[in-house]
Design a protein around this ligand. Structure first.
Ligand SMILES: [Zn+2]
Length: 403
């Protein structure tokens, strides 16, 4: 039980100040020493020492001088984005995706493998390792320049012990010690987090979320979940289970959710719920451009809705309504500056985002004082892919791991 925050001795203080400077350069790009001092609140001497150390290690570089009307022309500094890299693995229900990204979150190589229906644990592990190996090979990055591996996975997870517990509809696979497997095979520090948290980190480090200290990422796919960033830090809860807004009850007389509770948000606001509604309208004889389509995929619904199909538009309208209930709840609790919507739902971006923002801002408690921005994630449906490697880079920029 850690009821006290840990104190900082001199070496941890130095390391966290160094990380703070790296983080500022990642967020703002070119910055002078005096600006760094002003933004971080560190003295000019401290900044000078940190900058010298970072220049020596090749993590930052001098980009040139700024034109200044009078006095000394300040030299600008920037992050050497290709000084080091991070590898990522995104484990979804149906496929595994792997990539190598640089310190700015730019993808240097990627690979994707589909899971077969009858995967055993050894076959699953071998596909995941093969996928990461292929992404590293394609990137042509020397493995010694990779700081670590971040695994973003569907849950439930035991984040502390690096285990994928027992995701629903996951071919019966359970209790997979994925972190130790990857760590032993690739000899790199390896970290596990859920795909929603990873996506929120990516948005905060490399997306439009850079400009906000308090943001919420909502991912809608087979289920619905959230990654919550408060004061620039991810909120994980006491055991890493925070952000499960998909399992908050929105209808006490509703259907039973696979989690055992009643009327959970994700029963009504998820991709399968939209597909189900379109199918049942068609079965009832309502005319639709998808009447003869079997099976009906999410992508079919998005393109039919874009072409004005009334059944699909109605299903999206209903999805927006249910999502708005979940969003109002979560906004009333956390008071974020902005909410980003990502994962598969991002494909329907322009069809949903405006009505969603309108309904939410009409219903939040503090509607008369402020409005909350609702936008599509900077990385759209790829948010968890960029998010996986970002798990490592978040620790790097927080000074929790060094190279
Ligand atoms: Zn539930």
């Amino acid at each position: 039980m850690d009821i006290f925050n840990i104190g900082s001795n001199l070496s941890t203080l130095k390391s966290s100040n160094k990380s703070l400077v790296l983080r500022v350069l990642n967020t703002l790009g070119q910055t002078s020493r005096s600006e760094l001092s002003r933004i971080t609140g560190l003295t000019k001497t401290t900044i000078k020492n940190i900058v010298n150390e970072l220049l020596d290690s090749g993590l930052i570089y001098e980009t040139g001088v700024v034109d200044s009307p009078s006095g000394r022309k300040p030299v600008l500094l920037n992050l050497s984005k290709d000084a080091f890299y991070s590898a990522g693995i995104y484990i979804s229900r149906d496929f595994v995706y792997s990539n190598v990204i640089n310190l700015k979150g730019e993808v240097k190589g990627e690979y994707r493998c589909n899971f077969e229906m009858t995967e055993s644990e050894p076959a699953f592990i071998s596909i995941v390792c093969e996928c990461l190996q292929s992404a590293i090979s394609i990137s042509e990055i020397d493995i010694n320049k990779i700081i670590g591996v971040g695994i973003a996975s569907i849950g439930p997870l035991d984040i502390k012990n690096g285990i994928i517990l027992d995701p629903p509809n996951f071919r019966g696979l359970k209790s997979i010690p994925i972190v130790s497997v990857i760590n032993q095979r690739f000899k790199l520090p390896t970290f596990l987090d859920n795909d929603m948290n990873a996506s929120a980190i990516a948005e905060s480090l490399f997306g439009k979320g850079k400009n906000y200290s308090n943001l919420i990422y909502i991912g809608v796919t087979n289920g619905l979940g959230a990654g919550i960033i408060i004061n620039n830090s991810l909120f994980r809860g006491s055991d890493g289970f925070g952000g499960e807004i998909g399992h908050t009850t929105i209808d006490i007389h509703g259907d039973i959710c696979p989690c055992g509770n009643t009327g959970c948000l994700e029963i009504y606001a998820s991709i399968p719920s939209v597909v189900k509604q379109v199918k049942s309208s068609i079965e009832l004889g309502v005319e639709s451009s998808l009447s003869d389509r079997k099976p009906i995929a999410w992508t079919d619904i998005v393109s039919a809705a874009s072409n004005g199909d009334k059944v699909c538009l109605k299903a999206l309208e209903k999805l927006v309504y249910y999502m708005s209930i979940g969003l109002v709840n979560v906004i009333n609790i956390f008071d974020p500056e902005i909410v980003f919507i990502g994962h598969e739902i991002a494909l329907a971006g322009s069809l949903i985002i405006k009505p969603l923002g309108d309904i939410v801002n009409k219903n939040i408690l503090f509607r008369n004082s402020k409005s909350v921005k609702i936008e599509i994630s900077s990385f759209r449906e790829y948010a968890p892919c960029i998010g996986s490697g970002s798990i490592v880079l978040e620790k790097f920029f927080n000074g929790e791991i060094e190279k």
